[in-house]
Design a protein around this ligand. Structure first.
Ligand code: ADP
Ligand code: MG
Length: 252
């Protein structure tokens, strides 16, 4: 089957504001199944806002445009419903949830997604086995499963925990917001290699990053540059290389 003809996500002329401040100003982006897109751009250009708006963050108001998931608008759907459809966001700044055990949290999310897909759920013991396998892909210690979600985790450990969630939720679209920041060079290589193993062939991936380094491991099909809430340029990997050499000012 050629899954590559299906538009997983279509963002059409999307504008959004928060506290009456316009942040996104007409973003257009189409992703087909299996594709990897990178979004780069200076600080404050709206990349994280874009990722949060796609996932349905309630603080943002859509003022124009649409978000289509497999051809249908999802603007009216809550973040939970979007997650159940298979949209996953790894946060730039993952939040700590004291008192909520990581493994319980992961299993609840896992089983909710399975229920949505009408697939069998897992009991605590079988889930622990699965989670332990996935941990190995990103070289994470099993002790992180019994701690509270992200509580006291270092920056890099939080980023790994986000990727562990991605690994367990078999997402149709994963948006990774600066997963590479906070990881040292060795950790970046481990996590990037893990992401490639985790990603299903038909799953689409959006990598938000400042650095070409991550893209050396995870080769994007398209590279977009966002500025002032708009995608101002699209190219292939050579655009990221050019950016690394010349910076944003020259590329425009
Ligand atoms: P990026 O991820 O590209 O660095 P962000 O999406 O985080 O950019 O931010 C885009 C712009 O939106 C920034 O100028 C930021 O200050 C602004 N912004 C984000 N959240 C709020 C908010 N709650 N109130 C006002 N401005 C905000
Ligand atoms: Mg950001």
């Amino acid at each position: 089957m050629n899954f590559n003809t299906l538009n997983v996500l279509e963002v059409v002329n999307l504008s959004a504001k928060i506290n009456n401040i316009p942040i996104l100003n007409g973003v257009n982006l189409t992703l087909k199944a299996g594709e990897i897109h990178a979004i780069m751009g200076p600080n404050g250009s709206g990349k994280s806002t874009f990722s949060k708006v796609i996932s349905g963050h309630p603080s943002y108001t859509i003022t124009e445009g649409d978000i289509l998931w497999k051809g249908e608008s999802i603007l009216h759907l809550s973040p939970e419903k979007r997650a159940r459809l298979g949209i996953f966001l790894a946060f730039q700044y993952p939040i700590e949830i004291p008192g909520v055990n990581n493994i319980d949290f992961l299993r609840l999310a896992y089983n909710t997604r399975k229920r949505e897909k009408k697939l069998p759920e897992l009991d605590p013991l079988s889930f622990l086995e699965l989670a332990t396998q996935k941990l190995k892909l990103i070289d994470m210690d099993p002790s992180f499963l019994s701690r509270s979600v992200n509580e006291g985790f270092s920056g890099g450990e939080k980023k790994r925990n986000e990727i562990l969630q991605m690994a367990l939720l078999d997402t149709d679209l994963a948006i990774l917001d600066e997963t590479d920041s906070g990881l040292d060079i060795d950790a970046l290589k481990t996590v990037a290699t893990g992401i490639l193993q985790i990603k299903l062939p038909e799953a689409a991936l959006i990598l938000i990053t400042h650095y070409q380094r991550l893209l050396n491991y995870i080769k994007p099909d398209f590279v977009h540059i966002m500025e002032k809430g708009k995608i101002i340029k699209t190219g292939d990997i050579s655009l990221a290389q050019q950016l690394e050499k010349e910076g944003y000012t020259d590329i425009k």
